[in-house]
Design a protein around this ligand. Structure first.
Ligand code: PMP
Length: 554
């Protein structure tokens, strides 16, 4: 079917399955808010027992997700707002369609196998029988077998395209054959459609009103933690889903972030697709791999000679993939999500070293440390690929600002949370943060480089700083910085030398730091930036041959 026929009038109105909606749902009087009943858009809100003082989150979020739907409808162009359901991930939509259409203990749903596991879980939770129909050998949909598995109690058919975990698109003509010959709802889960080269199934909504298409912001849009997913379908189906959902199913932060993301679009889609192709080619060359399946998603399904051995080996070396080797149809297969280029490189080099005696493990760029003492509790996640988002919270504003210089200029990302006795003073928190960061640097350096010296001089307005690092494995510290005042803001200047000396002791590297200038803030910032620059050179693993050491151990 081509686009022109999608534009034609809806030819199958008789397919709209109002009759299969559960009676109790048809009769349901949904929860409504006082604000639904009033047309005033700005008022004195004394209806919802909220706290009136503004925290940014003191009011309940919009239960109808109006702005979000407006933005999405605008972006998509082809569907109206009343055809959009917004949920707490598309997982919520999966559960809701079952609850709207299936009577527990009576009805059944039909799906393909292998596929995404939540259809079965949601059916089981709702006490709805789940029938699985295997895909053909090449993972193609078998429409006749699907239809054959249905009976008068079948209310929903779940299809997934591109399919998880097989990665392929379902043939459009086969899907249409199912839609046209089924009297219930056909859900087409398109969680991965943005990674695909084909148009997808949304245009079918103009033609068939027994179709529900699911999409999510968790994959190409990179918003999995915010839990935002959508169902698109006939406005009558969507309105029943809205009646059944929790009134405030999508929190305000998620709605706002989703709106911004929809406007911006995905920045990482292109690189993920090109990395998928590169990783696929490289896996295909590996003697450990029997076959890599074509993928229209952000993951690859690959059949290995020894999948469970490979899975254990990868896990033992800190790379977690999904073992699908016991899933019928995926025997011997691992499902590998495409990561950042450096993560993919690590995976590929591990696979190439599998089973070899003299294999040198590539460094693990992710280090996690948790340290609790009587004075502080600190957790640190360091990502030495530098591609992550840094979130630093030590409870000391100036220290956060300085640590952010390290991540911005140092080629690493840090998620750092420190709770310390800052009500006493900043000493313990500053020192312990330095100890934990030093420990992370030490662990990483040990696995990457040895015996290296780096230095960087950095001007900052009227100030300048130079920082030299020697990664010879021995702690040493020289500090040649004089501050004109005692404090920068509320941060004592003497804590700066203490921070770097603790860092060098715990990181087991030598640091020589020198700075001059008139403004204390500039001087401190120049020191942190110069340190970060030296560090980023140290993290550049391919500089190894450029700065040879004159001795084995310096
Ligand atoms: N559908 C498919 C096919 C998926 O693979 C996933 C998540 N792995 C989901 C839906 C769930 O997405 P969400 O995060 O929006 O709940």
């Amino acid at each position: 079917m081509n686009n022109r026929s999608f534009d034609s009038e809806c030819k199958t109105d008789q397919l709209f399955p109002e009759s299969i909606i559960r009676d109790n749902i048809k009769r349901l009087v949904p929860y409504s808010t006082a604000r639904d009943e009033s047309s005033i858009s700005f008022g004195t809100y004394m209806d919802a027992n909220e706290n009136p003082y503004n925290t940014g989150y003191n009011r309940y979020p919009d239960p109808h997700h109006k702005r979000l739907k407006q933005e999405l409808a605008l972006k998509m162009g082809t569907i109206d707002q009343d055809m959009i359901f917004a949920g707490n991930g598309s997982d919520e939509a999966i559960d809701l369609v079952i609850r709207v259409f299936c009577t527990p203990g009576v009805d059944n749903v039909v799906s393909i196998s292998p596929t995404y596991g939540m259809y079965k879980v949601a059916a089981s939770i709702n006490d709805v029988e789940y029938r699985e129909v295997p895909l053909r050998n090449n993972f193609a949909l078998d429409p006749e077998a699907i239809l054959k598995a249905t009976d008068e109690k079948s209310k929903i058919i779940f299809l997934c395209s591109p399919n998880n975990p097989t990665g392929n698109l379902l043939e459009k003509s086969s899907v249409i054959r199912v839609i046209e010959n089924f009297k219930g709802i056909v859900v087409i889960d398109e969680a991965y459609c943005d990674f695909s080269s084909e148009e997808g199934f949304v245009p079918l909504l103009k033609v068939y009103n027994n179709v529900v298409v699911l999409q999510t912001m968790s994959k190409s849009m990179g918003m999995a933690a915010l839990r935002v997913g959508f169902a698109f379908g006939d406005s009558r189906v969507i309105s029943y889903m809205n009646r059944v959902k929790y009134p405030y199913n999508l929190n305000r932060a998620s709605q706002e972030a989703a709106i911004r993301r929809i406007r911006e679009g995905s920045r990482s889609l292109g690189i993920i697709i090109s990395e998928r192709e590169r990783v696929s080619r490289r896996l295909n060359e590996s003697p450990e791999v029997i076959r890599v399946y074509e993928s229209e998603t952000n993951f690859l399904l690959a059949r290995f000679k020894n999948a469970s051995g490979m899975y254990k080996f990868l896990t033992a070396n800190g790379v977690i993939v999904r073992d699908r080797s016991r899933t019928p149809g995926c025997e011997g297969c691992l499902r590998i999500t495409i990561g950042k280029p450096s993560e993919n490189d690590r995976l590929l080099s591990l696979i190439s070293g599998y089973g070899k005696d003299k294999f040198i493990l590539p460094p693990n760029p992710f280090i996690e440390i948790s340290r609790i003492t009587a004075e502080t509790a600190i957790t640190l996640k360091a990502d030495f690929t530098g591609g992550g988002l840094s979130l630093i919270n030590t409870g000391i504003g100036f220290l956060d600002h300085m640590l952010n210089q390290i991540t911005t200029h140092g080629g690493l990302s840090l998620e750092l949370d420190a709770y310390g006795d800052t009500q006493v003073d900043f000493h313990h928190t500053t020192e312990d943060v330095a100890i934990v960061l030093g420990e992370a640097l030490n662990r990483y350096f040990k696995s990457v480089v040895n015996n290296r010296r780096y230095g960087f001089s950095l001007p900052m307005d009227e100030s300048q700083a130079s920082v030299l690092i020697d990664l010879g494995g021995r702690a040493g510290f020289k500090w040649d910085v004089v501050f004109s005042g005692e404090k920068i803001g509320d941060f004592p200047c003497e804590m700066l030398s203490h921070f770097f000396s603790s860092l060098s002791t715990s990181g087991k590297f030598t640091l020589h730091i020198k700075a001059e200038g008139e403004n204390d803030h500039h001087k401190a910032e120049a020191v942190f930036k110069a340190f970060a620059r030296s560090l980023s050179m140290a993290l550049e693993t391919d500089l190894s041959e450029k700065f040879p050491s004159s001795k084995g151990v310096i």
